[in-house]
Design a protein. Structure first.
Length: 247
C-alpha cells in the first residue's frame, strides 16, 4: 500500500509539469519547421529542449517503475510510455514520442469518462492536425516533385487526409511523407469510429433510460388499476352484505 501510495503521489505531483513539458516539446518541434531556415542557435536550442523533455519523461517512467510493486505488469500495461522513452529522438519518431507523451499526460487526468473521452478525441484531432502538418512539411518542402511548400498547404493536406476526403490538390511524394499520410488516414478513421461509437452509446443510454422510465410508469399504472379493482370489489362486497342484512 505504501508503494502504491508513493506512486500515486508521484503521478499527482508530476501531472502538471509533464503537461508543461509536452507543450515545450511541441514548441521545440514546431519552431524550426515553421521558421525555415532557422538559425543554428535556434535549432540547437530546440534540439536541446527536446532532449531535456525526453530525459524528463525517461526519469518519470523509471521513477514510476521503481515505485510500483508489480513491475512486469506495469511494463506490459504502459508500453506506450516505454516506447516514448526507448525510441531515439530522431525524425520522424519525435512525432510518435509527442503523441505518446500526450497520451501519458491524458491518462493521468482525473476526469469523468465522458469528459475524458471528449478531451482525448479533441486533443487527438488538434494534435494530429498540427503535428501531421509539421511533419509532412518538414519532409516535403525540399522535395523536387512535391507541392506542399507552406504551412497552409500542409494544414489543408492534413485536414483532407484525416477526414479521408483527399482532394488530391496536395499529396506527398516522398516515402516518409506517404508513411505520415497512412498514419493520418488510419488515425482519422479510428477517431471517426470513436466519435460514432460514442454518439451511438449516448443514444442507446438515453433510450434505455426512457425505456426504464416508461416501464416504471406502466407498472405504476398497472398497480393503481389493480388497487382500483380491489376497491371496487370491496365496495361491491360491502354493498351485498348490507343488502343481505336488510333483507
Amino acid at each position: 500500500m505504501n508503494e502504491q501510495s508513493a506512486q500515486a503521489r508521484w503521478e499527482q505531483r508530476t501531472q502538471r509539469p509533464l503537461l508543461a513539458l509536452a507543450v515545450a516539446f511541441a514548441v521545440a518541434y514546431a519552431v524550426p519547421i515553421v521558421d525555415n531556415p532557422a538559425s543554428r542557435s535556434l535549432t540547437v536550442a530546440c534540439t536541446a529542449t527536446e532532449w531535456v523533455v525526453w530525459g524528463a519523461f525517461a526519469v518519470d517512467y523509471v521513477m514510476r517503475l521503481a515505485l510500483t510493486r508489480r513491475r512486469r505488469e506495469f511494463v506490459r500495461t504502459h508500453w506506450i510510455d516505454l516506447c516514448a522513452v526507448v525510441l531515439p529522438l530522431l525524425q520522424p519518431l519525435r512525432l510518435l514520442r509527442m503523441v505518446s507523451t500526450l497520451l501519458l499526460v491524458g491518462r493521468r487526468a482525473r476526469m469523468a469518462s465522458q469528459i475524458r473521452l471528449t478531451t482525448y478525441v479533441g486533443g487527438a484531432v488538434v494534435g494530429l492536425l498540427m503535428f501531421g502538418s509539421l511533419a509532412v512539411l518538414s519532409v516535403e518542402r525540399e522535395s523536387p516533385n512535391g507541392n506542399i511548400r507552406t504551412l497552409g498547404d500542409a494544414v489543408w493536406w492534413s485536414f483532407t487526409t484525416m477526414t479521408t476526403v483527399g482532394y488530391g490538390d496536395h499529396a506527398p511524394t516522398t516515402g516518409l511523407g506517404r508513411m505520415i499520410a497512412v498514419g493520418l488516414m488510419l488515425s482519422g478513421i479510428a477517431l471517426l469510429g470513436v466519435v460514432t461509437a460514442n454518439i451511438a452509446a449516448w443514444f442507446i443510454s438515453r433510450f434505455e433510460k426512457d425505456d426504464v422510465e416508461e416501464r416504471r410508469q406502466t407498472e405504476a399504472i398497472a398497480s393503481l388499476a389493480e388497487e382500483v379493482r380491489l376497491l371496487r370489489a370491496e365496495v361491491a362486497r360491502l354493498a351485498a352484505d348490507r343488502e343481505s342484512q336488510q333483507s
